[in-house]
Ligand binder design. Structure first.
Ligand SMILES: [Zn+2]
Ligand SMILES: [Zn+2]
Length: 241
């Protein structure tokens, strides 16, 4: 069964790769034929950092959790590169890359991530490691890559802060995007564990994901990290819903 599955997954990846060759690509921004993001549209991508309280989503200085929400948040702060907007090119790229397994497309965010890290050094100060939100092993085999690892790799390269795969997904939960706000929290509960407590204990950690919407996934990661002894957990995402 396992062998059959991996065979079909391989076929799926080959079919995707062939599809990219056989069928023309159209720019996600302007529709022009040739590339998924044309040179002109690429230049319009810019970092517009979002600094909101992780819980109540009101403006928070440097994305820090406000005093009213402090008791409900395992994340001390969250920063995103831009607000999520269905109509925006950046958000379209995130959706396309994730659901079409176009891992290389994440590299378009590289200049924005470099720009962010160069201008917001305070967010990265005293951080021991970057930790991507993990995918369940089954989903990872289906998709072929974890988008959070791709993004964390770029941030790690930009900041020289080590990337540590310290979290593991223990349950393969339905996609958060398909669920209501209330069901997301329940869906993701107890879905993660720490791989090795020594990687976490006493450390200041930034958890990385592609999109922060209700924050349920990232809060759940932060919860298990704090329970294992992490000193502080911050969150970093590309888009904020
Ligand atoms: Zn274009
Ligand atoms: Zn708040």
């Amino acid at each position: 069964m396992e062998g059959h599955q991996s065979f079909f997954i391989r076929v799926k990846h080959i079919a995707r790769a062939l599809g990219a060759v056989l069928f023309p690509l159209f720019c996600l921004g302007c529709g022009q034929e040739g590339r998924l993001v044309c040179e002109t549209c690429l230049l319009t991508l810019e970092s517009r950092p979002v600094f909101l309280c992780p819980v109540c989503h009101r403006h928070g200085v440097r994305g820090q959790c406000c005093s009213l929400c402090a008791s409900q948040s395992f994340l001390s702060s969250v920063c995103a590169l831009f607000p999520y907007d269905e109509k925006d090119l950046g958000s379209a790229i995130l959706r396309f890359a994730k659901y079409h397994s176009a891992q290389s497309l994440f590299s378009v965010f590289e200049p924005m991530i470099h720009h962010f890290s160069a201008h917001n050094a305070w967010f990265l100060s005293e951080i021991d490691c970057l930790m991507p939100v993990p995918l369940h092993a089954k989903r990872l085999r289906e998709r072929g890559f974890n988008q959070s690892v791709s993004l964390a790799t770029i941030l790690s390269f930009s900041t020289r802060i080590p990337l540590v795969l310290g979290l593991k997904r223990t349950r393969n939960t339905p996609h958060q995007a398909l669920l209501s706000r209330a069901k997301r929290k329940e869906n993701i509960r107890e879905a993660f564990c720490v791989v090795e407590p020594a990687l976490v204990s006493g450390k200041n950690i930034i958890v990385i994901d592609d999109i922060y919407t209700t924050g349920s996934t990232m809060q759940e990661c932060a919860k298990v990290l704090k329970k294992t002894g992490a000193r502080e957990v911050r969150g970093f995402t590309i888009a904020r819903g």
